[in-house]
Write a protein that binds this ligand. Sequence first.
Ligand code: RIB
Length: 303
Amino acid sequence: MIIVLGSINIDLVFSVSRLPLEGETVIGPGYAMFHGGKGANQAVAAARYGARVEMVGAVGRDDFGCAALEALRGDGVGVGAVRRLDAPTGCAAIGLDTEGRNQIMVASGANALVSADMVPDELLDRAGVVLAQMEIPSEADWEFLRRARNSGAVTVFNAAPAGVLPEEALPFIDVLIVNEPECIAAAAAAGVDGRDAHACASGLAACCGIDVITTLGARGAALCRPDGKRLHVEGAAISPVDSTGAGDTFCGVLAACLDGGLALAEAIRRANAAGALSCLQRGARGGMPSALEVERMLAGDVH
Ligand code: RIB
């Protein structure tokens, strides 16, 4: 079983011909509402892939909170440990351009009140893999990862959005997933030198003894192992409609594969294919695939 501790949002997506520059207003034809939040997205990605998933987090007592819980349940994610609090449900304003690129602003709301003690010991004891990200208070993440590690779970941490990853947190992480800017930020916070994301990932893996996966967008994903071994998985040739949630899909599917007993390299191949498939539909969760769809893509049946 996988436990995801993290954010739950409603995404308001504004379609624009191009993303605004600082201080600029860009006018588009309309907007749409989708379910989002890095934590909830990763939970759904793992569940669609076939894993048993429990979400821990918080929503408000508002309509967005009801809708968010219903959507999670609809995807088979357990929500028994999601609290309803006196704060608005988290909400993201997402600008989406015609190439599928985005710009995101998040109002944390109830996510800012999440703490590690919302994860019951009985639940944690049953987890094979745990997954966390950086859209909730960081103390909640570190304490959750510490407890999960002590209970014997594999800990996967997605340091997104980029933030300070303190040295004290690193011993509790088995697999770190970052994009290139997040990798550079994580290395700087841990006092690791590196002239680019690749050097930062190798340095982090070696000095902290963790597996570091860097997602590279259209270029795929790279793994740096503590013993210096490396792996690069090529990106799939797709025409993205919406890249929102591609990283979350990668993380959720990776966790599902590890929970299912796959080796890290095989898990990365599947997560990479799933991330690409997720870009083919609108909304953070729109294109999140099943395990069968991922296998078809890997077999070359989906283009
Ligand atoms: O990673 C994508 C997610 O980031 C969106 O769903 C949005 O809610 C923000 O949390």
